[in-house]
Design a protein around this ligand. Structure first.
Ligand code: ACO
Length: 335
């Protein structure tokens, strides 16, 4: 249990994760399923290619009619239960998503109503695959500023809805899911430091360029990615963000018990761990079973590692996000 938080404005007021939760839709597609799905469209892929290039073996797709808020609802209920909290305790909901239920209102408002947390602040945050790291940093600042006691920070995605199944270079990479944490005010850290960046000159290397106007979709509503350009940028920025967040917190690489990076590609994740001289046993990997779930990937991986008993109270954890925008960032925390 967290002890009573210092008053707003007190420099000893911190934010701390008190519960985690996640949810995957039940429909699981293996690489063999993707081979069959693409073959029906006259395209070739193979389990070997997907595993060798990405580490992905399976992903989950939501059924028709199941939206990001539905996946988020399950993840939030699990996180609240783990924290010993109820919807009545929540005074902020942030949903990081690039696949919202509607153009508006926000998925956070839709989720809020499903949770029965009506009345508290609720908004979406869009930073693609860095979304959860961004949302956690924003919630941390709001808790420290004093206006928030108990926040639900969520990453929820149905990327299967924006995949081009005639583009084998992207459709095998992504999956659907949701992860959530309860973040509460505390007199002990908690979140030690955050580091966020974006560079909009790279908008075109990873985007869904379409928009809604005049009653129809204008432009292409499906995901486009220059994989090699993203790969090269990701390796550099994940390393610089990790070093910057450690420096801010006055910690070193040796202090990190667990690295929970965005789950896009096992080669990028292992490369990041090696650059930080972290043994691969300290790297949390779920990309093999989840694929890339964009903003949901970090909280999903965090929850899996917490529930399997690997991440324990007192461990120092580094979360890292990177994705469309181009956006990237890191959060260092004592769990
Ligand atoms: N099956 C079989 N062959 C394929 C497939 C497939 N599914 N897709 C591409 N190929 C072929 C290509 O056509 C190419 O063939 P060619 O050499 O005959 O032209 C060959 O495989 C190599 O293609 P590359 O694109 O060079 O493959 P690469 O090794 O770069 O791997 C990948 C591609 C996996 C996309 C990689 O570049 C990557 O992971 N990039 C980073 C993605 C990422 O980190 N995203 C994070 C952010 S996501 C977000 O924000 C939403």
């Amino acid at each position: 249990m967290t002890s009573p938080a210092p008053a707003p404005g007190d420099a000893r007021r911190y934010s701390r994760i008190t519960g985690t939760g996640s949810h995957l839709p039940p429909r699981r597609l293996t690489n063999a399923d993707m081979v069959a799905l693409l073959a029906a469209r006259g395209l070739e892929t193979s389990d070997e290619w997907i595993v060798e290039r990405t580490g992905i073996k399976a992903r989950h797709f939501a059924d028709d009619g199941v939206n990001a808020s539905d996946l988020a609802l399950h993840a939030c209920r699990a996180a609240l239960q783990a924290a010993g909290r109820t919807a009545d305790d929540v005074d902020l909901i942030i949903v990081a998503t690039s696949t919202p239920d509607m153009v508006f209102p926000s998925t956070a408002c839709i989720l809020q109503n499903k949770l029965g947390a009506n009345g508290c602040m609720a908004f979406d945050l869009q930073a693609v695959c860095s979304g959860f790291v961004y949302a956690l940093s924003v919630a941390d600042a709001m808790v420290k500023a004093g206006g928030v006691q108990c926040a639900l920070v969520v990453g929820a995605e149905v990327f299967s809805r924006i995949l081009d199944f005639d583009d084998r270079t992207t459709c095998v990479l992504f999956g659907d899911g949701a992860g959530a944490v309860v973040l509460e005010a505390s007199d002990e850290p908690g979140i030690l430091a955050t580091e966020l960046h974006a560079d909009g000159k790279h908008v075109g290397i990873l985007c869904v360029p379409g928009t809604v106007a005049g009653g129809s979709v204008l432009g292409d509503p499906l995901l486009k990615m220059d994989g090699q350009a993203v790969f090269k940028l990701a390796v550099g920025v994940l390393d610089s963000a990790a070093r910057a967040v450690l420096a801010k917190a006055g910690r070193s690489e040796a202090d990190v018990d667990w690295l929970v990076p965005h789950q896009a590609n096992i080669r990028i994740m292992q490369g990041t761990a090696k650059k930080l001289k972290l043994p691969l046993e300290k790297l949390v990997v779920t990309v093999d079973e989840h694929g890339n779930t964009s903003a949901a990937s970090v909280p999903l991986a965090l929850d899996v590692a917490v529930r399997s008993g690997r991440i324990q109270r007192g461990h120092t954890v580094m979360l890292e996000g990177v994705g469309g925008g181009f956006t990237w960032g890191a959060v260092l925390l004592d769990f």
